[in-house]
Structure formats: structure tokens, C-alpha cells
Write a protein that binds this ligand. Structure first.
Ligand code: FA5
Length: 345
């Protein structure tokens, strides 16, 4: 083929090339080891001097021209590829970003943190106890003997066919945080000042202010010459700090086998302001805690001399405290996992 025709054919082929891979193949076809131009240059030796000079010159010029064209096309393809990529990867920086959901503390945890903070500032230590207890700590050591009707105050979830290695007791889900008092007094000598927040369980019907699984904060202070006046002062200071305002509380005489005298602490219902609603069972007051002066039998059970040491104990309903603080009208909302509720805190 004449150089002129070859040049025409190459130009037409080159015009149709749009990809780097196609260009590589084209280069190979004309300039590779077995390429058309390479073959012509190789065959020059068989020609006469005159023809070799003429065809050699034309072929070399064509080779240089083609190399130039290939380079030009390569640049064009690269430029176009970059432009296409830029179009594809274009980012609109004015579009608002997707909102990243952040977790936060549950209202019960917030209340617990605040309670701990206040009691620690009064010199109390925070102690934990097990949620699975045995009869001895949950009842016997708290002056609640077997077959005594007082056990019925706490409807219990018993754990089947498990015997405690210690004292051959039956296991249960603790019905209150009071067993932590006993565990602590067994190992520590007075004077003592502790609180113990934790989860407890009761086999009972639920309503707006009762759950089967809820939280209590146990408190215990043992020292010399402790009286009900000390107890009232501490509780009054605690409620003022927790609710950040004057609150109306009352002590009501009550009965617990492990305290004498015993009280119940009530607070004016913040949801109805004392008028009576479903949360306070139309009474205008909400029961927040059981409390009293530690019974001498409990002190004796842990080998503390009741003639030398006295003190008070209390069991605050943590859920109820949070309900009053955040004006929540149903305790079951805490355990519902409903994000519409939880996002408000
Ligand atoms: C007790 O559990 C005693 N251990 C408290 C105590 C401790 C008395 C130390 C004396 C000395 P009570 O069963 O009343 O007591 O419960 C204490 C508080 O837990 C109640 O005042 C109430 O605020 C809360 N509470 C009781 N039952 C429920 C329930 N089902 N759901 C939510 N909170 C409850």
C-alpha cells in the first residue's frame, strides 16, 4: 500500500478512537514489532538505493507524524476522562449533611447520677450489691423470719432448684436493695455511711406508678447517737438539692421488720400539685421511700452492738423520684424503649 493511502487509513481509524486501550492497540498495529510501518522500514533493504531513499524518507516522516497524532489523541482522551470524572464526582457542599444520631443517658441514669452526686457530697460512699440474692440476705438477716406474714410485703420471683452453697438458702431476684446493707455491715465496722442504687424485682401487677422491675437507692448511716432528727435533716437536704426547690414531704408512720420506728416518706404529687391524679392514685401524695431507725436485731445479726451504735436506713424509689423531677405520668415509659419519649432528655 502506498504511504499516502496508509496515512489516510490511519487517520480515519484514529478519528474513531475514544479509549486509551484502543489507542494502545492502534499504536501496536502501526508501530509495534509487527506493525505496518515497522514492516515497511524492515523491507527497505530489498529496494534500490533511489527507492530506499525516497520511501525511507516518506515512511520516517509518516512515523513521526503518527507518533505526534497518537500523543495528541492520548492527551485528548485523558482530558475528557478527567472532565467526566469531575462531573460524576461533583459534590454540592451546600446540601445539609445527614444528621448523626447521638446517644445519651437514660432519664433513670441521669436521676441516679444526680442522687449519687448529692449523697457523696454528704460523705456517703456508693456501694453495689448483687441482683440475684439468697433468702438469708433478702429476708432472714433483715429480721423477716421464714413463714412470717411480713414476707408477703414483697412478692418474690424465686429462682428454681438453686440452693445457695452458703447456709443452704433458696435463690431469688432481690425484692429490695436492703440486703446490701447487711452485706456491707458484715464486712465493715461502724461508723458507716453508704448508699446503694440498683435494680430490684417484684412479682406484682403494674400500673402508672408500679413496675415489676424498678430501681431503688438504699441508704444507711450508722454512728453513735444518731436520731430521727438526723435522718429528717439529711432527707430534707437531699430533696431540696435533687428537686432544686423547696419540696413538701411528710413522714408517715409505717412498718418494716428491719426498722423501728418505721416511716414512709411521701412527697406532694408534682403532676397534679396535690389535687389527685392517676399517678398518685387520687391521693395528692406519692410514696417515695420506706425508712426508719435500724432494728437492733439487724445490727445483732451482723455482730454490731446496738447499745453502742444506732442509725437509720431508707429505700428510695428511684423511678418515682425521676417521675416527679421530669413530670412523667407513667413509670412504664422508662422501660418502653420508645425513642419519642427518650429523645426528650
Ligand atoms: C422497701 O422496699 C424497703 N426495703 C425500704 C426500706 C429500706 C425501709 C430501709 C426501711 C429501711 P417499699 O416496698 O415500701 O420498701 O419500697 C420502697 C420504695 O420503692 C417505695 O416507697 C416506692 O417509692 C418504691 N416502689 C415500691 N414498689 C414499687 C413498684 N412496684 N414500682 C416502682 N416503685 C416502687
Amino acid at each position: 500500500m502506498e504511504i499516502k493511502n496508509l496515512k489516510k487509513q490511519a487517520q480515519e481509524e484514529l478519528n474513531l478512537i475514544g479509549k486509551i486501550e484502543e489507542l494502545k492497540k492502534f499504536e501496536e498495529k502501526y508501530l509495534g514489532k509487527e506493525g505496518k510501518i515497522t514492516k515497511i522500514l524492515r523491507s527497505l533493504k530489498n529496494l534500490s538505493d533511489k527507492e530506499r531513499k525516497k520511501i525511507g524518507k516518506e515512511t520516517n516522516e509518516f512515523k513521526d507524524y503518527l507518533l505526534g497524532e497518537i500523543e495528541k489523541r492520548r492527551e485528548e482522551i485523558r482530558k475528557r476522562e478527567i472532565e467526566e470524572k469531575e462531573k460524576e464526582e461533583w459534590i454540592d457542599i451546600t446540601i445539609p449533611p445527614k444528621k448523626i444520631e447521638k446517644g445519651h443517658l437514660h432519664p433513670l441514669s441521669l436521676a441516679q447520677e444526680r442522687i449519687e452526686e448529692i449523697f457523696v457530697s454528704f460523705g456517703f460512699s456508693v456501694i453495689e450489691g448483687p441482683e440475684i440474692e439468697n433468702e438469708w440476705y433478702n429476708f432472714d438477716a433483715l429480721n423477716i423470719p421464714k413463714d412470717h406474714p411480713a414476707r408477703d410485703l414483697w412478692d418474690t420471683f424465686w429462682i428454681k432448684s438453686q440452693k445457695s452453697k452458703v447456709k443452704s438458702q433458696k435463690w431469688l431476684l432481690r425484692t429490695h436493695t436492703s440486703p446490701v446493707q447487711v452485706r456491707y455491715m458484715e464486712k465493715h465496722n461502724p461508723p458507716l455511711r453508704i448508699i446503694s442504687p440498683g435494680r430490684i424485682f417484684r412479682y406484682e401487677a403494674t400500673d402508672a406508678s408500679h413496675e415489676i422491675n424498678f430501681y431503688q437507692v438504699e441508704g444507711l448511716m450508722i454512728d453513735r447517737d444518731i436520731t430521727v432528727a438526723n435522718f429528717y435533716f439529711i432527707m430534707d437536704e437531699f430533696f431540696k438539692s435533687f428537686f432544686r426547690k423547696e419540696t413538701k414531704i411528710r413522714l408517715r408512720p409505717s412498718f418494716f421488720p428491719f426498722t423501728e420506728p418505721s416511716f414512709e416518706i411521701d412527697i406532694v404529687c408534682s403532676l397534679c400539685k396535690g389535687k389527685g391524679c392517676s399517678v398518685c392514685s387520687k391521693r395528692g401524695w406519692i410514696e417515695l421511700a420506706g425508712a426508719g431507725m435500724v432494728h437492733p436485731n439487724v445490727l445483732k445479726a451482723v455482730k454490731i452492738d446496738p447499745k453502742k451504735w444506732q442509725g437509720f436506713a431508707f429505700g428510695l424509689g428511684l423511678d418515682r423520684l425521676a417521675m416527679i423531677k421530669y413530670k412523667i405520668n407513667d413509670i412504664r415509659l422508662f422501660y418502653s424503649g420508645d425513642l419519642r419519649f427518650l429523645r426528650q432528655f
